[in-house]
Design a protein around this ligand. Structure first.
Ligand code: SAH
Ligand code: SF4
Ligand code: F3S
Length: 480
């Protein structure tokens, strides 16, 4: 039986708390103790990431830290000395997937008792999940929260050398720790955090509890990162936040996101994207900046969630269907050729047939390029978890299927506009099946598979579209 160190367990009540305190921004905090700098030499780590771009970006930091400690990445769990899962808590099926994976890892642990299995990310911030991991999954050696990534060297060392089950999850509002190492997963496109956390508290959503208070990085720190990326040959940055439109509010900036976006546009980087936009904070300054700079891509992800005012109110989204339409129309007018995607939840507690029809009507109105659709999943600790619900699971499944059919129809329709057109594609890579087939994305964020010779990942090339599918385009590169 392993010794147990002082556990630092998450608390949903603490995670809910918000104060007026400004978050601390630390520039020189991160350091790896000298004696831990080589602890990974000759050892392999396997890192698996679930969930959203915030987690992808965190995983790049986790990888950066492990590599500074001498660990090297590997592609299979069987070879690894350390396995880390960076998890997502957004819906129950996301969690079930992770728990299933941890279950599968048990046999590896039995074969190699020195293997370290660690769980980080949003599930690690959940009180109920951590209790379950501690009771039912003895193979897990290390649990670390989203606010504890910078402490990974110390935590990992404790798990490895002291052979103690190690749990450190702070449920605080969170600070900002700059200058963490990172090992980026892509070479031409980079995620850039502009802010952390979320204060919107949509009634169904766990993110404000797993990620803490809304807190913005300083504009100069963001621009420094973008400049370094440009120097490193990056062609595209995606500015990340749960609600990028709230950027800078906590720093007392008036039109924070518009100001930041314009400054990033002026760096001259070829392509700028951002996500996620919240309709509530999307101001006219930002709309204007999006229309003004050619290197801000004509692509907006604007989550709708529902087209019904009563449901939107119960979701605490703070806009009406008509306000959403007004913003949508404004963006469409300001950004010629812009593509739009959205997120929609069906089966929110007591969603009536009429309310669901309102959502379908919004999809007919906006004719989205694509939509990510979900059945409501109750999350412990959120207000919607306690709402009684009269809608049965079968009705929810039927609604999802109807919605998805409509979404696919409009996705295909929206792609038709590209047939026979010439588009600019940032090349991602080669097709595994055919070395003369490449893939990449258009400005509008459309996936294109195209034939060419003589191109390499990172090039921006012109492609003539020859065939259109619902979720991708086919084409042939044209020589300049
Ligand atoms: N910050 C972003 C997205 C966060 S999560 C935003 O505000 O849009 C991504 C999507 O997951 C959400 O837009 C929502 O559609 C969906 N989602 C969040 N919580 C959910 C839940 N409890 N059940 C089902 N879908 C959920
Ligand atoms: Fe969740 Fe709402 Fe915050 Fe998005 S804005 S992360 S949906 S609480
Ligand atoms: Fe999932 Fe956490 Fe992102 S819950 S969607 S990984 S912020």
């Amino acid at each position: 039986m392993k010794k147990e160190m002082n556990f630092n367990l998450p608390s949903i009540n603490e995670a809910r708390r918000r104060t007026k305190n400004s978050p601390k921004i630390e520039h020189q905090l991160f350091d790896i103790p000298v004696q831990l700098r080589n602890m990974g030499t000759g050892r392999l780590y396997y890192l698996r990431t679930y969930g959203c771009q915030a987690n992808q970006r965190d995983s790049e930091t986790i990888a950066g830290i492990l590599e500074l400690m001498g660990y090297k990445a590997c592609d299979s769990e069987e070879e690894a000395d350390v396995i880390l899962l960076n998890t997502c808590a957004i819906r129950k099926n996301a969690e079930d997937k992770v728990l299933g994976e941890i279950g599968n890892l048990k046999k590896l642990k039995r074969r190699n008792p020195d293997l370290i299995i660690g769980v980080g990310g949003c599930m690690a911030q959940e009180e109920a999940i951590v209790k379950e991991l501690l009771c039912k999954y003895p193979q897990v050696d290390l649990i670390f929260g989203t606010h504890n990534i910078a402490n990974l060297p110390r935590l990992l060392a404790n798990a490895v050398f002291a052979k103690e089950k190690t749990v450190e999850v702070f449920s605080k509002e969170g600070e900002i720790i700059e200058d963490l190492p990172s090992s980026r997963f892509q070479q031409h496109k980079a995620w850039v955090n502009i802010m952390y956390g979320c204060d919107k508290f949509c009634s169904y959503c766990i993110v404000p509890y797993t990620r803490g208070k809304e807190r913005s990085r300083l504009i100069e720190d963001i621009l420094k990162e973008v400049d370094e990326l440009i120097k490193g040959g990056y062609k595209e940055v995606c500015l990340l936040g749960q609600n990028v439109n709230a950027y800078g509010k906590d720093l007392g900036m008036e039109a924070g996101f518009a100001t930041l976006l314009e400054a990033v546009a002026k760096t001259g980087i070829a392509r700028i994207r951002f996500m996620t936009s919240h309709p509530w904070n999307f101001d006219d300054n930002t709309v204007a900046i999006c229309g003004k700079y050619a290197n801000i891509m004509p692509y907006i992800h604007l989550p709708l969630q529902s087209g019904n005012d009563e449901i939107l109110r119960k979701m605490n989204r703070r806009y009406t269907a008509s306000e959403y339409r007004t913003l949508f129309d404004k963006l469409k007018k300001a950004i010629p050729g812009c593509s739009f995607t959205t997120d929609i939840i069906v089966g929110f507690p007591n969603e009536s047939d009429e309310a669901f029809e309102d959502t379908l009507a919004m999809v007919d109105y906006c004719q989205f390029d694509n939509a990510f659709t979900f059945i409501f999943s109750p999350r412990i600790g959120t207000p919607a978890y306690n709402m009684t619900d009269s809608i049965d699971a079968k009705t929810k499944e039927e609604r999802l299927a109807r919605l998805n059919k409509k979404v696919a129809y409009y996705a295909n329709q929206a792609n038709q506009r590209f047939l026979d057109q010439v588009v600019e594609v940032l090349v991602d890579g080669y097709s595994k099946k055919n070395e003369n087939v490449f893939s990449g994305y258009t400005k509008e964020n459309k996936l294109v598979n195209f034939q060419s010779e003589n191109v390499k990942p990172g090039d921006i090339v012109k492609v003539k579209i020859t065939a259109v599918k619902s979720f991708s385009l086919d084409g042939k590169m044209i020589e300049e």
